[in-house]
Design a protein around this ligand. Structure first.
Ligand code: ASP
Ligand code: MG
Length: 440
């Protein structure tokens, strides 16, 4: 059961978490994975950056953490050792005026270490036996890729042994997000990575399911702040959820699903503020989705690069040369569409594309457009239902929006269009109406 930053933001939220965990623990053994309290990781990262820039202020973030600890009536000295370490660490960064990825991970790790201790302490005083654990004491040994560390081979056995040795009947409250190398360096799996910690542990322990507790009713058909009719998606397949996650859907981090997928463990996304709501279950096979599509997602602020080469007709290696330039410059590409004489592609990396233009110029006429949005319709029926693609394009046309680029791979579950940023709300609202709010 993973609880994100907003679920553990303050006493009111943590009390809800307690109720949810208490009910689950009465049914069987649970493991709680928690994030830092909302905003604390950002505050830690900010303090580290400022320290490296010459401005030392450990007390603001400590005061912030202290407020939550006090709300929870935790013993005043519970976090003193961590506060002391954090002060020393920030002072060190301030002295050398340098923030390495390794030091940044170390500073970032304090959020989860502090929140796990406060939450377990609160649970225990409220009558639910609980113990805080730094996940590295439970077998979570990682490689040394700071900011995107992954557990080393052998992690699953180590985790199983470590959990088997814990006292039965005491709920482990485990830090998300962080890890340690074999030589003891603190690492993190990446921002918003507590979900990944949870699914990795679920896979290692052979959990019945992994629950991601957040602040929406599971995964929605569209962004509720844009589409008032957006509704919950009760079931999704792993591949559908993965497409949405890559699309920057707020709810799931792209790599979160991999460990669960590999073990066939269902992932359930639930709302801490409405625990009775069934949320979204993501699993291998899901019942036939009665809607035409599963979800609509979009990414704004993208660039479209078009390279038009009259020589491309019948020429070998044109695409390879274009992509070679982009790969060498580390430009990551999302949507691609080609014709006999041109290729268009999107990337969020405006500077990278700009810098690549000079090298691309000999290959053909280049054009770079900014302020574009990739609009994606994801759903298992796209490959098989006749006329669905036409319906989607018709809806966008009806919204008066011009589609500048389209990409749909054979057999795919994701139809992608590129439109202008300013058209996004109209396009999504109309599309949502057609796909999810059939008349009558
Ligand atoms: N606390 C970390 C972050 O804010 C990890 C997480 O919340 O999942 O990125
Ligand atoms: Mg978070």
């Amino acid at each position: 059961m993973k609880f994100g930053g907003s679920s553990v933001a303050n006493r009111a939220q943590i009390a809800k978490v307690l109720g949810i965990v208490r009910a689950a623990a009465a049914r069987g053994p649970v493991v709680v994975v928690c994030s830092a309290h909302k905003g604390v990781t950002d505050a830690l990262v900010g303090a580290a950056r400022r320290a490296a820039a010459g401005e030392l202020d450990p007390e603001a973030v400590i005061a912030r953490q202290r407020r939550v600890a006090e709300e929870l009536d935790c013993p005043a000295d519970l976090l003193d050792p961590l506060y002391g370490q954090l002060r020393d660490l920030l002072r060190g960064i301030h002295l050398v005026q340098e923030l390495s990825p390794r030091s940044l991970d170390f500073v970032s790790s304090f959020g989860e270490r502090m929140s796990a201790r406060c939450i377990a302490d609160f649970f225990a005083r409220e009558g639910l036996p609980a113990q805080a654990h730094d996940v590295w004491d439970l077998g979570f040994v990682t490689d040394g890729q700071h900011g995107r560390a992954r557990p080393l081979p052998g992690f699953e056995e180590r985790a199983r042994d470590a959990f088997a040795a814990l006292e039965p009947g005491v709920v482990p409250v485990v830090t998300g997000f962080i890890g340690k190398t074999a030589s003891g360096d603190v690492t993190t799996v990446g921002r918003n990575g507590s979900d990944l910690t949870a699914t990795l542990l679920a896979a290692a322990l052979g959990a019945e399911e992994a629950q991601i507790w957040t602040d929406t009713d599971g995964v929605m058909t569209a962004d509720p702040s844009v589409v008032s009719g957006a509704r919950n998606i009760p079931h999704m397949r792993f591949d559908e959820a993965a497409e949405l996650a890559y699309f920057g859907s707020r709810v799931l981090h792209p790599s979160t699903l991999l460990p669960a997928m590999s073990r066939g463990i269902p992932v359930r996304v639930l709302n801490t503020n409405r625990p009775a709501h069934p949320g979204t279950v993501i699993e291998d096979v899901s019942p036939e989705n009665p809607s035409a599509a599963t979800s609509i997602a979009y990414k704004e602020g993208q660039c479209v690069l078009s390279v038009r080469a009259t020589r491309m007709f019948g020429e070998v290696g044109f695409l390879a040369r274009v992509f070679d330039v982009l790969a060498r410059r580390g430009v990551d590409v999302d949507v691609v569409s080609t014709s006999e004489v041109s290729v268009s592609l999107t990337s969020h990396d405006a500077d990278g594309l700009d810098a690549a233009l000079e090298e691309l110029a000999p290959l053909g006429d280049c054009r770079l457009d900014r302020g574009r949005t990739i609009l994606a319709v994801v759903g298992q029926h796209l490959a098989s239902r006749k006329g669905l693609g036409a319906e989607v394009l018709r809806a966008v046309y009806d919204a008066g929006v011009n589609v500048e680029m389209i990409s749909y791979a054979s057999g795919s579950i994701n139809l992608q269009m590129v439109i202008a940023d300013e058209d996004i709300e109209r396009a999504v609202a109309t599309l949502h109406g057609v796909l999810f709010e059939p008349a009558g």
